[in-house]
Write a protein that binds this ligand. Structure first.
Ligand code: SAM
Length: 207
């Protein structure tokens, strides 16, 4: 089972994720928020690099993600779009950077998967300069009891097949608990099955 899991995680899941995360609505969300940050930008969980085409020309991206397999895709996207990116095969819980060394951050569809999302947000807080903006788009727990009941039920089956993704996290609560406030936040379903598409998107900030 361990061997099966690792073959699946390393060879099947990267292709599936790179395809699933490209839906027209997700691409529209990326194109709406990502251009709003510039300077030295940290992206946590860069994955296959689907945000990379949307950075402004003056963004220098430091991309942290433990997946070497997804980084292969992300490097191709960076090259194709001329995005300035430095990659670090690391976890969001241990960001290899100095305190207050970034101007902004981007995190999309990743808080669901990071094993300790609160630790990652505290790390993010450590490495961001005061006043920084964090662009985010994350799926999470639905406020509709009929949906959230199923999210809780399906989660134990979903998590191992979806690379560790959780359906029942509350990104807004996590940001607030880590000391962020919101310049802008929108909540609502996007296209797709309700259990995986209740989306929190906007800009969190650090005072
Ligand atoms: C659903 S994918 C989203 C990828 C990308 N952010 C996007 O918007 O398409 C979740 C990502 O979280 C990454 N991830 C898993 N554990 C992580 C961790 N501890 N720290 C940072 N990223 C992590 C995975 O490797 C994967 O790239």
């Amino acid at each position: 089972m361990g061997m099966m899991r690792s073959l699946y995680d390393r060879h099947v899941l990267p292709k599936v994720l790179n395809t699933l995360m490209k839906s027209p609505e997700m691409t529209r969300i990326r194109s709406r928020w990502v251009p709003q940050v510039s300077g030295r930008v940290l992206e946590i969980g860069v994955g296959s690099g689907l945000n990379l085409p949307f950075y402004s020309g003056d963004a220098h991206v430091f991309a942290v993600d433990p997946s070497e397999e997804l980084q292969v895709y992300a490097r191709e996207v960076a090259k194709a779009h001329g995005t300035q990116v430095e990659f670090a095969t690391e976890s969001g819980e241990t960001i290899p950077a100095e305190n207050e060394s970034f101007d902004a951050a981007v995190i999309t569809w990743t808080l669901c998967t990071i094993p300790d999302p609160f630790a990652a947000l505290m790390e993010l807080r450590r490495v961001l300069k005061p006043g920084s903006k964090v662009v985010f788009a994350e799926h999470g727990l639905s406020p509709d009891a009929r949906v959230s009941k199923w999210q809780e039920r399906i989660n134990p089956i979903w998590q191992p097949v979806a690379g560790g993704c959780n359906l029942n996290r509350c990104p807004d609560v996590l940001f607030a608990e880590a000391g962020f406030s919101f310049d802008e936040i929108q909540r609502g379903y996007i296209a797709g099955p309700k259990f995986a598409t209740y989306t929190y998107q906007g800009i969190a900030c650090l005072m």
